[in-house]
Design a protein around this ligand. Sequence first.
Ligand code: EPU
Length: 444
Amino acid sequence: MIKDDRFIIAGLGGAKTLKGEIAIGGAKNEALKVLAGSVLFKDGFSVENIPEIEDVRKIIELLERLGVKVEHSGKNFYSLDTTELKEFSLPADISKKLRASIVITGPLLARFGKVIFPYPGGCVIGKRPIDMFLSGFRKMGANITEDGETFTVEAADGKLVGAEIFFKQQSVTSTETFMMAGVLARGVTVLKNCPVEPEIVSLGEWLNECGAKITGLGTSTIKIEGGDLLIGEGKTHHTLPDRIEAGSFIILGALAASELTVKNCHPDHLDALTAYLSEAGVNIETGPDWVKVTNSGDEKFTALDVKTHEYPGFPTDLQAPFSIFLTQAEGQSYIFETIFEGRLNYFDALNRMGAKVKVLDSHRAIIDGPTPLSGREIESPDLRAGLAYVLAAIIASGQSVVHNVEYIDRGYEEIEKRLVSLGLEVKRVSGDDKNELCQCLPQN
Ligand code: EPU
C-alpha cells in the first residue's frame, strides 16, 4: 500500500523568478543495472555517483537477500562483495515493486544455471510484457516452467549457451539482461536490434573493464564472448549523470526561471530535448558539463509536435514533463507516445488545473496552449507523471497538493530540498500526518 506522502507547493502563477544552479545525480537506469551486474562478479567492486533513491534502496535490499554484502560507505557510494552470493530465487515482495529486478534474472541464470522470479512490477505505465526475456532464455538453451505468477528458468546442463537473439522491439532492460547473461554463457551471444542508450554503453564498458568481452556497444548489434566470473579487484565505477533528471530541471528552467544552470550533466545526452526547446524559442546555452536556460520573462514559446523515440530520439521518460511545457506554448502541440501505452493517463488532472489537452487514444494527445494553470489537489500516477505534476504545480497560481510522492522518490533524490534551494516553497507532509491537510483547496 502506498504511504501517500504529499508535497504542498506554492505556485509561482506563471512568474519566472527561479534563479540558481542545480547539480545532477547519477543515472537511475544505469545505477540499477550496474548493481544488478554484481551477480557476474567473483569478488566485488565499488560504485560512486549512485542516486539515493527508493529504487536503489530496493535493488540493494534484493541483492542483500540473495547473499551480496553491500556497504553504504558514503553518500552516493556503495561497495559490493559477492563472494557469498548463493541464492537464485528473487524475493517476490521486492521484485514485484521494481521493474529493474528483471535485469538480475539474466546474470543469475548465467551464474547458477537456474533462476526463479515473479512477474516484475514497476511504474504503472501500461503493459510491461516480458515475452522477449522468456524467448531469449529459451534461445540460450533454458527451459521455463510457469506456476501462477512465478517463473522457474533452468539452463540445460546447468550452463547457458551463446545464441543469436533478435529483439522484435528495441528494449533497454532486455538488452542489458542478455548482454550480462552472455558474459557467463558458453560461446558467443549476438544481440540484434539493440537500443543505443548511453546507460547501456556505460554498463557494457564497465563490465569490459572487469574482464567481459563485449563489442558493438552503442550500435544495434552487440556481441558477447562468454567467459568466467568477472573480477572487480577493488575497482570503482562512476555512474553517468541522469539525463532524465537533467532534462526535467531544464524544462523547469524554461517554465519558471530567470536563469537556471543545470550542472554535472552530459549536454550531448540531452540533444533531443534541447533541440525541441530551442525550436520552441527557449534560450539555451551549453558548456562541457552544463546547460543554462535564461528567460527575460515575456518570451512566447511556440507549439511543437513531439514523438517519443529510443535514444537519441526524444525520451519517453521526458514526455510528461515536456507536456507541461507545451501547455505554455502558443498554438496546438501534438504528442505521440510511441514506447508505452499507459503514459498519457496524467492529462485528466492537468485539465482540471486548466490545461486544454485532448487525448486521442492511448498513444496520442493534442495540447492547446498557452493556458494558465491553477493549483489543485492531484495524485501522482507514476514516477515521471508525478514529476510533471510538480512542474505544473510550480507554474500554477495558488497552492497545490501533490499526492503519492513515493512515486517521485523512486527516481529523484531529495527533490523537494533541491527545489527549495532554487527559491520555491515546497513542503513534504508525511502520509502519517493527517493534521497537515491543505486548507481552501479545490478538491478535484
Ligand atoms: N517490450 C516487449 N516485450 C518485452 C520487453 C519490452 O514488448 O519483453 C516492449 C515494451 O512494452 C515497450 C518497449 O518494448 O513498448 C520498450 O520497453 P523497454 O523494454 O525498453 O523498457 P524497459 O527496459 O522496461 C527502460 C527504463 C524505463 C524507460 C524505458 C525506455 C529501466 C529500469 N527502465 O524500461 O524507465 O522508460 O527503458 O527508455 O531501465 C523510468 O525511469 O521512469 C522508466 C520507466
